[in-house]
Ligand binder design. Sequence first.
Ligand code: FE2
Length: 385
Amino acid sequence: MPFYHRQGNIPPKRHTQFRKPDGNLYAEELISTAGFSSIYSLVYHCSPPTLVKDIGEAWSVEPDYVLKKNMRNRSFLSFKTAPVDDYLSSKVVLMGNTDVTLISAAPTKGSDDYFVKNSDADEVIFIHEGSGKLETVYGEINFEYGDYLVIPRGTIYKIHFDTPKNRLFIIESFSPIVPPKRYRNEFGQLMEHSPFCERDIKLPQNLQTHDEKGDFKVHIKKQNMIYPYIYATHPFDAIGWDGFVYPFGFSIHNYEPITGRLHMPPPIHQTFEGHNFVICSFVPRLYDYHPLSVPAPYNHSNVDSDEILYYVDGDFMSRKHVERGMISLHPKGIPHGPHPGTVEKSLGVKETKELAVMIDPFYPLHLTSAALEMEDINYWKSWVE
Ligand SMILES: [Fe+2]
């Protein structure tokens, strides 16, 4: 997150001798991004973060993209994703390209006996159902329904759930996830016209220092392989850290909608962005208030991007037959628009309760066999009465 945060104890000056009560040195680690050219954090470990004891046999989690060229409006019922005990095994890739991967997961348990590290991608975990706690070397973040958990690549974490009933929609981004630049001033501060500000960000808190030795299994993802590393020290052994690189949470319920007299375009919903895609939040809001306004969206052609809508809750005025966890894919190349009758139905309506997450990637998405198994195969002709 592009603002400064710190937890625990750190020395008054960086790169200087910082000693434990017994006189030994803490081990400083620089976590840098874009080489040494962008945001970074400095973490002070009780032991060096380099003590690898063993490396197990790696396994592949390469997505099986069986449909690489799509020119059809489609929809998928992601709640068909089967509940699975193991957190990492519960992740089902539905679609993706070289910028972003979209995943559905219904883990009944967290990563209780191992740690997770994604070296390929920043992760945005949208909590559709469930609650729990994300533990990291930067501190803890409690999460609940409606939270986006944004985890920068390289962050070692453990995720715990309060109950077995969890539904996650996960966006993996091969570039840093950031708030839209137009909402930040020259210093990075979120400005007055931004739909959220720093106070809405859930920062890592309650830093726990696990100065422990033993066998600590970290499942590290790189190039779509999982490498099981065994470290000799607990990954969460920091006494303190500071900087700009850290995981954070943001609740979709804290997104303050921007409304107008006439229909406002999708960028007003934009919450985050990565390279070649955006993430938007559609939240309950008052409708357009011009006396002749048409609250339902106009037909539109995605000339430059595919468009994914993940339906969370509420009612969706421009769509028929929508259910929770449904994902629509409207590809670039053909227009899409409101379903028959929904424009007339929207006239004079004062507000919407819809809640949805939208992803617009600028390059076409490939689809996996898992996605096709969840597809409503008649969706593409659902505009014809
Ligand atoms: Fe659209």
